[in-house]
Design a protein around this ligand. Structure first.
Ligand code: HEM
Length: 448
């Protein structure tokens, strides 16, 4: 693994990213409980409160939660720009995002205006805080590397998503009558899923796929042009969509959306190709999760094309819902889980190394587990299989709503419970080895 590009001395305390990583799967469990409670009717309408709640348990509670942690961890390391007061900042952002996501989703479910109002303040503060810190680092860094460019574009996309989210939430919370509700929602979800999360995944892939999966680097052309092109296409689509009547310009809108689909598919195909060229062909859970994610992304594109060919289909809210489910559960969630299985052991291992250097404990005194032992492959693989089964069941239920939803919710719950177990267990191992390191160093150097 080539870690020389990373500025390791800039690594913040482990608690900074871990509080986010350990909270995220709990939101996955909540999402599974919601599926269980709602039953077979949950996917009967895109606009039901259950669907909007489910969406935000996953997009805010799981996806944004992991991204917050990963950004606070890796931005200082990748761009050599430390986050000021990392413990205080991460505590505040974590509390605001967690309580904000819980109050937004419970406000939706119970139609409690006061909870939604509270959520808007908390989420507004958490995103403004996060974006200010990240924005400052992204402006300060001189780097124009492809990952940094993607992060800058994702930052802009997040700003648009949050502003639109707050406007939509105000409509809910304060009961305003938003005439362009559907348009605003589509813009909000487009910028959230394709812009904020999609661009970020691509930008991070440029760094982590070659580094962690030992593949050749992404082609220079792809790195240079892909994320700016996706951003520009999304911007053009948004302009047409907002300014003009959908019916008159539907072919342009569909064309632009399909262009975005082609751009994302290019990323998926290049990633699959690079993975097939990797130097060490050892089985790896992260790699399998990424493969599932890339195939999920390609399938989303194919479903998107079906909407272009059968235009009657694309106007139906149920089709839009299926597309959203495939994109989130088939592409974003697998990639993020795969990322967790690499980042978490890597960070724990890195902190042990730093600790060993700091307290000058010779390696021979404490046997530091290697990275593969921090989250045992067997347990990670169980979790992967359970998630994969729940994904297949979910796709079936999204196409043909039925009582199988109970199977989806149980397997989804098990998948996130196993993820929780794997992550908490790795933290426990971290603590116990860390304690051993401290104890041995005291025995060796009693005066210090
Ligand atoms: C400040 C944070 C956010 C707030 C207050 C918020 C609020 C809302 C509201 C009120 C709606 C429902 C609109 C309606 O149907 O009337 C909505 C829809 C949606 N939001 Fe958010 N949102 C936020 C962040 C996000 C993020 C970060 C993402 C994605 C990464 C996201 C993804 C979605 C999606 C996919 C929908 C569509 C759900 C559907 O069509 O059923 N939201 N949001």
């Amino acid at each position: 693994m080539n870690i020389t590009q990373l500025t390791l001395e800039q690594t913040p305390p482990l608690s900074v990213p871990f509080r986010f990583f350990l909270t995220a799967p709990l939101f996955g469990i909540l999402a599974a409980l919601l599926l269980l409670g709602s039953g077979p009717t949950i996917f009967s309408s895109r606009w039901s409160l259950e669907v909007i709640t489910l969406t935000h348990l996953l997009t805010l509670g799981f996806i944004s939660m992991v991204i917050f942690g990963a950004f606070l961890q890796f931005l200082p390391v990748l761009v050599g720009s430390p986050v000021p007061y990392p413990r205080l900042v991460s505590t505040l952002l974590h509390l605001l995002l967690t309580i904000g996501s819980l109050s937004l989703t419970s406000g939706f479910m119970m139609t409690q205006v006061v909870l939604i109002e509270m959520a808007l303040v908390l989420l507004g503060l958490s995103f403004i805080g996060f974006m200010s810190i990240i924005g400052y680092s992204l402006i300060r860094t001189k780097s124009n590397a492809a990952t940094v460019t993607a992060m800058r574009l994702a930052w802009l996309a997040l700003a648009i998503t949050v502003v639109l989210g707050l406007i939509l939430g105000t409509g809910f919370g304060y009961g305003y009558n938003l005439s362009s509700l559907a348009k605003l929602t589509n813009l909000h979800l487009g910028w959230g899923l394709l812009g904020w999360v999609g661009l970020l995944i691509i930008g991070v892939a440029y760094q982590v796929v070659p580094m962690f999966q030992i593949t050749p680097p992404y082609p220079a052309m792809v790195k240079r042009w892909l994320t700016p092109l996706i951003f520009l296409t999304l911007l053009t689509w948004s302009g047409f969509y907002w300014l003009f009547n959908l019916n008159n310009f539907s072919w342009i809108l569909f064309g632009l959306m399909d262009l975005i689909g082609i751009e994302f598919s290019l990323f998926a195909l290049v990633t699959l190709q690079l993975q097939s060229w990797r130097l060490r062909k050892l089985p790896d859970v992260t790699l399998d999760y990424w493969r599932i994610g890339m195939i999920g992304l390609l399938l989303s594109f194919i479903l998107g094309l079906a909407g272009l060919i059968w235009s009657d289909l694309s106007d139906t809210p149920i089709y839009q819902l299926q597309l959203g489910i495939l994109f989130i559960a088939g592409f974003i969630l697998p990639v993020i889980q795969g990322m967790l299985y690499k980042i978490v052991p890597f960070l724990i291992w890195l902190h042990w190394q730093n600790q060993q250097l700091n307290i000058l404990t010779p390696v021979r005194l404490v046997k530091i587990p290697h990275m593969k032992q921090i989250i045992p492959d067997r347990w990670a693989r169980y979790q992967l299989w359970v998630y994969f089964i729940s994904l297949i069941l979910l796709i079936i239920v999204a196409l043909y709503p039925s009582k199988l939803i109970y199977g989806v919710s149980m397997s989804f719950m098990l998948a996130f419970a196993l993820l929780t177990y794997n992550l908490y267990r790795s933290l426990w191992l971290y603590w116990s080895v860390s304690q051993q390191l401290i104890a041995k160093s005291m025995m060796e150097n009693p005066i210090s």
